[in-house]
Write a protein that binds this ligand. Sequence first.
Ligand code: KG4
Ligand code: ZN
Length: 376
Amino acid sequence: MKKSVIILSIETSCDETSIALLRCNGTLKAPKFKILKNIISSQIKIHRPFGGVVPNLAKREHIKNLPKALRLLRISGVKLKRMVSLIAVTVGPGLEPALWTGINFAEALSQKLNKPLVGVSHMEGHLYSCFLPKTTVISKSQFLISKKSSKSKLPITNYQLPKIEFPAIALIVSGGHTILLHMTAISKWTKLGETLDDAAGEAFDKVARMLELPYPGGPEIQKLSAKGNPNAIKFPHPLLNPKSAKDKYNFSFSGLKTSALYYLRDLNPKPLTLNAKADVAASFQQAVIDVLVKKTIRAAEEFKVKTVLLCGGVSANKPLQETLRTTAYDLRTNFIVPDFQYNTDNAAMIGAAAYINILQKNKKRLKIEAQGNLNI
Ligand code: KG4
Ligand code: ZN
């Protein structure tokens, strides 16, 4: 497809209301995206007093914020009817009341502008956020290996429009999911494993709550961890070396979370000092990173992949990025993580996924209805 397509995309699966406008071109082998606008309105402040996302409050805020976000697009000079070729909306997975707000809004807009509407999977959105511009790409061709010592130097970070080499392993880590994919092409993958209970982001949020940190907990744990010792407490590493082969690439974080709960319950003196809390945060974060990285690298070795992709909200975690980046480097695989603004929920990634979907002529289209448990 040579001509460029302009996609207006809408994301409301959880607590971010987002509308983006993307210019897309290129083929499935090398899709190219230019982000013209990516408007995100976060509801964190609204949900914070409740310690998590309240679905009906999210719905109310999306209903309020969607027209505001569209107005912002118009004010910035975007002529919707003339420019937009296609509208894309997240249909799942996510909170159904929140998903419906985006779907209803997208349907009305599609009728008003007389433009086709496509449904997009939120998890494919996260996956294809790795193809957005300003993504951090560390490519094999950049590897600088000193001739004198076998000790390798990490290449300089390079921001570019990524061209991803396959096969690849993708680790998608968000508030609701932890998924490991083996990809043989941009649109072909098998799911190697996923979490059997809590998602990685969910565990971060719950442990943060135990430490009396505000929602969302991931960034707070990361911040507090910087003051703590990651080796202070030996937390369990669930399913790191599972007895059953079927769990080789599955994850489980609920035992780790409970272990943090018991540890905090028995820790004295109370109230806990900042240092004591920081050690818990750092040791918990380290245990999550150990499991995520070891399993991803194990898969990268087994499938002899050329690239490791990291995406989803938890991919914003800098120590996770650094550990996976250096371990992938030791394996001599390319490493890709999206720019910070595309780690957590945003509509730009939904636009990218919509484009990659329409390039696949035979792919079954998703129903335009909220699918809370939609599988990748
Ligand atoms: O992808 P996302 O924005 O929403 C879902 O699709 O769930 O991910 C949100 C999750 C939350 O659990 C949040 O705590 C976590 O991503 N998160 C982080 C960081 N930033 C966001 N977890 C660890 N470290 C971070 N820096
Ligand atoms: Zn998400």
